[in-house]
Design a protein around this ligand. Structure first.
Ligand SMILES: *[C@@H]1O[C@H](CO)[C@@H](O)[C@H](O)[C@H]1NC(C)=O
Ligand SMILES: *[C@@H]1O[C@H](CO)[C@@H](O)[C@H](O)[C@H]1NC(C)=O
Length: 312
């Protein structure tokens, strides 16, 4: 009997040892290690540890991660355009695509040319006239279909200080956070036939551009170019995620980026499968007090609520 137990306890020891090694690609803070300017390089301005994206009547600007990732967390500290920012949009997003593709669908028009499986998680900060509040719009594209906009008011002025905006993405959920307070959660409901983004390595992007055809008060307030340049500032760049080589096939990435017995990613720990109690309370508070718009309750746009809305 005693010998029969030995292999089992050996296994247990080995197993807990394996679990203790939590792997992840921890990358932090320095812009150039993780990102590069992606368009209008002369509108991407370094200022010490801070990076500024500038919008004027010639151009906006953007940056992109050098790599693509499957699961993990990305966070950036952003200080949004001060004073009059009406007509401007600053975006921070995780996507298969770069800004130019994003630009195809600003204004709510559905994009057409990017394949059927495109996934994307967006923060879009909609500017306003001096003294009026920014709105934060979030959206998700799943299998090429977006139209999942939500809008909320922040509980602070995002133009006076840096605040941390982050996206956590694992096999169970996608969580949008503002200063670690969850504002939106998309839970994996594949068992109920709902799409979940888990097959596609994605990049991390940010950009600022003119969107005065829709952004501020529904497009009624136009960009006042006499107040240009409009500047959004960034620091504290973080991507702690499973990096995928550009040449790797989807299946290879799926293997590389799922936790196994030998290799556990922190975002696959059971505790990351859903929000903790404190975070659940924070989310309830945000949704009760800060929400301005939810596509799920927009019966003009959706006479029949989209399927994921029934399950919340
Ligand atoms: C801008 O300010 C107005 C007035 O407070 C508000 O109704 C609107 O939601 C704000 N945000 C945007 C993006 O229009
Ligand atoms: C851009 O705006 C500046 C300041 O308002 C103006 O002098 C200039 O002519 C504008 N340039 C273009 C290309 O519109």
């Amino acid at each position: 009997m005693a010998t029969a137990f030995a292999p089992l306890s050996m296994k247990l020891v080995f197993f807990s040892f394996a679990v203790a090694i939590l792997v992840g690609l921890v990358s932090s803070s320095r812009f150039d290690e993780l990102f590069q300017p992606s368009w209008a390089l002369d509108h991407v301005v370094y200022e010490g540890e801070q990076l500024n994206l500038k919008l004027d009547n010639y151009s906006g600007a953007g940056f992109a991660s050098k790599s693509k990732y499957l699961f993990g967390k990305t966070a950036i500290q952003i200080k949004l355009v001060e004073g009059d920012s009406a007509g401007t949009v600053t975006a921070f997003y995780v996507s298969l695509l770069d800004f130019l593709s994003l630009n195809l669908f600003v204004g709510g028009t559905q994009m057409s040319s990017d394949g059927p499986n495109h996934n994307e998680f967006d923060f879009e900060f909609l500017g306003n006239t001096t003294g009026e509040p920014y709105l934060v719009q979030t959206n998700m594209y799943l299998n090429g279909v977006g139209n999942r906009e939500e809008r909320l008011n922040l509980w602070f002025d995002p133009t006076t200080d840096f605040h941390t905006y982050s996206i956590l993405w694992n096999q169970r959920q996608v969580v949008f956070m503002v200063d670690e307070t969850p504002i939106r959660v998309y839970t994996n409901k594949e068992k109920k036939g709902l799409p979940f983004p888990k097959d596609q390595a994605m990049g991390v992007y940010s950009s600022i551009w003119n969107a005065d055809d829709w952004a501020t008060q529904g497009g009624r307030v136009k960009t006042d170019w006499s107040h240009a340049p409009f500047v959004a500032s960034y620091k504290g760049f973080e991507i702690d995620a499973c990096e995928c080589p550009a040449t790797a096939a989807a299946e290879e990435n799926a293997n590389r980026c799922s936790s196994s017995r030998e290799r556990r990613y922190w975002w696959d720990e059971p505790i990351m499968a859903e929000l903790g109690l404190h975070q659940s309370h924070q989310l309830l508070w945000v949704r009760a007090n800060q929400m301005v718009y939810e596509y799920c309750t927009d019966s003009t746009r959706f006479p029949v609520a989209p399927p994921e809305c029934d399950h919340r």
